[in-house]
Design a protein around this ligand. Structure first.
Ligand code: TZP
Ligand code: MG
Length: 207
């Protein structure tokens, strides 16, 4: 079964700034997100695991895949569907040796070389970004832009999920550039009504 990454909600504990992520994840699911990542750069492992377990329990009931950011061990321990690996995390080839087909493996890429390498080493999908400027992640990576999506489209077989500064206002342009999905933090978590925000994104970027 190929997962649907068309509206991929990155539930970031740092961005949530102390708010419990569970009700926010559940609101996003009601609004129509098709995949959820839990991202917790600053949580101790034990709290990350606890959050991951609660998210996994909830998302299983809705048949929505849970992806854990950065940590293969936490993904396995909480029964997640997958793990998302950055360029400085465990190499996807190594992760694949450990988990086989048990987990979906996503990899971050900023350019075509990184994306092609990730695919070659066994990634199941690419998180391509930052597409646009964003304040949700501190990075000095160059912006990929719609042009960067267009250039990569057709060169990889695995799904391309665009991330970084994506909103209901630019989602259509991202789709037209060739992305298979959009991943968002602030467009949902920064919205006064996360459920309505997810629903609007869904309309702007249908599966
Ligand atoms: N990776 C590239 S940009 C980004 C990540 C995690 C942040 C995305 O957040 P937002 O608020 O959707 O721009
Ligand atoms: Mg990472």
């Amino acid at each position: 079964v190929v997962a649907d990454y068309s509206l991929y909600f990155v539930a970031d504990a740092g961005f949530a700034a102390g708010r419990d992520l569970l009700p926010l994840i559940e609101a996003a699911v009601r609004g129509g997100v098709t995949a959820v990542q839990v991202r917790a750069k600053d949580l101790p492992v034990r709290q990350f695991l606890d959050l991951g377990r609660r998210a996994a329990d909830s998302l299983k009931r809705h048949n929505i895949p849970l992806i854990i950011n950065d940590r293969l061990d936490i993904a396995l321990a909480c029964g997640a569907a997958g793990v998302h690996l950055g360029q400085d995390d465990m190499p996807v080839s190594q992760a694949r040796k450990i988990v086989g087909r048990r987990l979906v493996l996503g990899v971050s890429a900023n350019n075509a070389d990184e994306a092609l390498e990730a695919e070659r080493l066994g990634a199941d999908y690419i998180g391509l970004g930052p597409i646009y400027a964003t304040s949700s992640k501190t990075t000095d990576l160059p912006l990929v832009g719609e042009e960067g999506i267009r250039r990569l489209k057709g060169r990889v077989r695995i799904p391309l999920v665009a991330i970084g500064g994506i909103t209901a206002a630019n989602a259509r342009a991202v789709k037209e550039a060739g992305a298979d999905g959009i991943a968002v933090i602030s467009a949902i978590l920064g919205a006064p009504d996360p459920e309505a925000a997810a629903r609007r994104l869904r309309t702007s970027f249908p599966a």
